[in-house]
Design a binder for this molecule. Structure first.
Ligand SMILES: C[S@@+](CC[C@H](N)C(=O)[O-])C[C@H]1O[C@@H](n2cnc3c(N)ncnc32)[C@H](O)[C@@H]1O
Length: 259
């Protein structure tokens, strides 16, 4: 390892290595060091990055082994030492991924950096459960919000007033405040809600209810993070693998969305 190092921020997708991009696979193959997150596809890293030092910097809710500053310091230092560093992140680096902060850290240190986008869980995990975020006649917009911290009353009002699909990441802990806030802002209690846990894993599970009952249903099911929450009529398309095509067509027809 010699010469000028560099950092490549790589979007690892929602967990299935098959959803890595070709550019991501190439960057991993050429890496000297890989710093990877918990939700990135890490089981196959020894094969994908055979020459790299693999470092788990896995942030989980409430548990950041070296913290964001520590990650940036280690990442930059390896690059200054001449390494081709891959910073492998879950989903897309620029969607609630602090990717832009890591890019700024590279700029500050004078380290060349580039970003390879990834398949974001915000669209891919609903798709894994059969849910499109838009559908003609049903939803022509979607909003992706972070549930990491509770939303303000004003934000709930805006979301409720938009009339499209709402996607919440990191929202399991704040589900009570989100459902209460949207109901108080006038979103109908019978608005469908789906919570998809552990998308693309063998234990993927979809829990479906409506806004008025989701808290009770999620608690009874023991819903846990990581999960993507989808709120809106597109949830009618949710299937768990054994739904009959005829049943899905009937649901679409009832919604006037089958054409
Ligand atoms: C810190 S955010 C990072 C999002 C990521 N940058 C992206 O574009 O998907 C982490 C959240 O993404 C969602 N998430 C990521 N991967 C997931 C998966 N495989 N199944 C369910 N939710 C997932 C969860 O809401 C989780 O709490």
């Amino acid at each position: 390892m010699s010469g000028p190092g560099r950092v490549t921020l790589v979007g690892g997708g929602p967990g299935d290595p098959a959803l890595l991009t070709v550019a991501a696979v190439e960057a991993l193959r050429d890496a000297d060091v890989v710093l990877y997150d918990r939700l990135a596809p890490h089981d196959t890293l020894p094969e994908l990055a055979p020459n790299a030092l693999l470092v788990d910097v896995g942030k989980r809710p409430g548990h950041h082994p070296i913290g964001q500053d520590g990650i940036e310091t280690v990442m930059v230092q390896h690059a200054l030492d001449g390494a081709a560093v891959v910073r492998l992140k879950g989903g897309d680096p620029y969607v609630f991924g602090r990717g832009s902060e890591e890019v700024l850290a590279c700029h500050r240190a004078g380290v060349p950096v580039r970003v390879i986008p990834g398949v974001s869980s915000s669209v891919a995990v609903p798709a894994a459960a059969g849910i499109p975020l838009t559908h003609r006649n049903l939803s022509h917009l979607f909003t992706v919000v972070s549930g990491h911290a509770p939303l303000s009353d004003e934000e709930h009002r805006h979301l409720a007033g938009l009339g499209g699909t709402i996607v919440v990441l990191m929202g399991v802990g704040t589900l009570p405040s989100i459902s209460h806030g949207l109901l108080s802002s006038g979103l109908a209690a019978d608005t469908p809600v789906a919570i998809i846990e552990r998308g693309y894993s063998e234990t993927q599970r979809t829990t479906v209810a409506d806004l008025g009952t989701i808290l009770h249903v999620a608690a009874a099911a023991g819903v846990r993070s990581p999960a993507v929450i989808v709120i809106g009529h597109v949830v009618a398309f949710a299937f768990d693998g054994d739904a009959e095509a005829s049943e899905l067509l009937a649901r679409a027809e009832r919604l006037g969305a089958s054409a």
